[in-house]
Write a protein of this length. Structure first.
Lengths: 293, 88
């Protein structure tokens, strides 16, 4: 579970070096849009070396590879999978078969490297109209899928509409993605807010996404990470209440009580589930990635 | 492997390194760096490690370092060598 995912261009050494000090729970090392076709080879080797040498303490590592309809994606995986990143983000995923194609190739590489099956997870990037319509099939396409991510910029180009700060044009896509992901039990992440200087707008957009059910949000700027983390973190009051709920449940079980209440309100299954989610989020802050040290 | 064509990799931006490889009768390594006095030897060692890994026996490798860390230097040298190709 993660709150913020920060994009870092794969061919920019000074950003790659500092990926873990920018506050994001996850960093997405980008081999796709941030890298020109002439530099794909260079970025792939640089990212591979960075993963080999840099620790990225407390930070989950996601690699955005190139789309399956390009000549690059298999080369990307050949170099990256042996370094065991946490997740691979295939872009422009439009159907379940796109996920299976990438997953099958990762499985071959995992076997070759002697890794346990499904060590490397997938977070498909959905950014086409077809992808949105197939979101449920994509989320459930493979057990390697751990989350989904909505890409609003490419989507609006595909929808032939203008991308706005209000995001009315992606409202359907957002809600469909959340519903599909939740139905399949995977996390779901919202598209970046692209006006780097509009911090107030970022808070508003992130709060809206959280309200719809998103697990977190991606960012293209380190300046947005703090705001995203703040919006998607449970408040101290929510954390305290969640612990109170779980403690009340524990005591009730010990006493053999079937029905319990807290602060005058009956604690039913949805309240317990919500409390568990808050505690899980509390534990998972800062990426939930265990450090080796 | 002998370097048969010229190729470049990297940039002159801070924390990066610009690497040029070109044909040469022998193996030559030329280093320019903003931290030359402190790190020239380390940079040369990193370049040599990649040169050996890639099996390069002849060619000129010019490195213009702008404060890159070891893994970046190695990545740029590897990219330049692979781009240049060569005979084996």
């Amino acid at each position: 579970m993660r709150r913020s995912m920060l994009f870092i261009p794969g061919n920019t050494p000074n950003l790659l070096m500092n990926g873990d000090v920018l506050g994001a729970d996850s960093i997405i090392l980008d081999l796709e849009d941030a890298v020109s076709p002439a530099e794909k080879d260079s970025a792939r080797i640089l990212v591979r070396n960075a993963l080999k040498s840099l620790h990225y303490k407390g930070c989950e590592i996601i690699i955005r590879i190139n789309p399956v309809d390009t000549e690059y994606w298999m080369h990307d995986l050949d170099e990256i999978i042996p370094l065991k990143p946490n997740m691979i983000m295939p872009p422009k995923v439009s159907c379940a078969q796109d996920v299976k194609t990438v997953s099958d190739y990762i499985a071959k590489l995992e076997e070759k490297c002697g890794f346990e099956k499904n060590t490397v997870k997938l977070i498909p990037l959905i950014e086409t109209a077809m992808g949105i319509e197939n979101a449920f099939q994509i989320a459930g396409a493979d057990e390697r899928v751990a989350a989904m991510f909505l890409g609003g910029e490419d989507l609006t180009a595909d929808l032939r509409c203008k991308r706005t700060k209000e995001g009315t044009e992606i409202f359907y896509a957002r809600t469909r993605m959340v519903c599909a992901a939740r139905a399949c039990g995977v996390d779901v992440y919202d598209t970046p807010f692209t006006d780097v200087d509009d911090i107030e707008g970022l808070y508003k957009d992130a709060a809206f996404a959280k309200g719809l059910g998103f697990s977190g949000k991606a960012s293209i700027s380190p300046r947005h990470v703090e705001g995203i983390n703040e919006v998607f973190s449970p408040t101290q009051a929510e954390i305290d209440y969640a612990h109170e709920v779980m403690e009340t449940i524990r005591i009730a079980k010990e006493q053999g009580k079937g029905v319990v209440s807290l602060r005058g309100k009956m604690i039913d299954a949805p309240i317990v589930a919500r409390a568990q989610q808050v505690i899980e989020m509390e534990r998972a802050m800062f990426g939930g990635v265990e450090d080796d040290e | 492997m002998n370097i048969k064509t010229s190729a470049v990799a990297g940039t002159l931006e801070s924390s990066d390194v610009y690497v040029k490889v070109e044909p040469c009768d022998q193996l030559e390594i030329e280093i320019e760096s903003v931290v030359y006095n402190q790190f020239a030897e380390q940079i040369k060692k990193s370049v040599m490690e990649v040169v050996e890994e890639q099996g390069v026996t002849t060619g000129k490798i010019s490195v213009n370092d702008k404060g890159a860390i070891d893994c970046v230097i190695k990545a740029r040298v590897e990219t330049a060598i692979k781009r240049a190709g060569g005979d084996k």
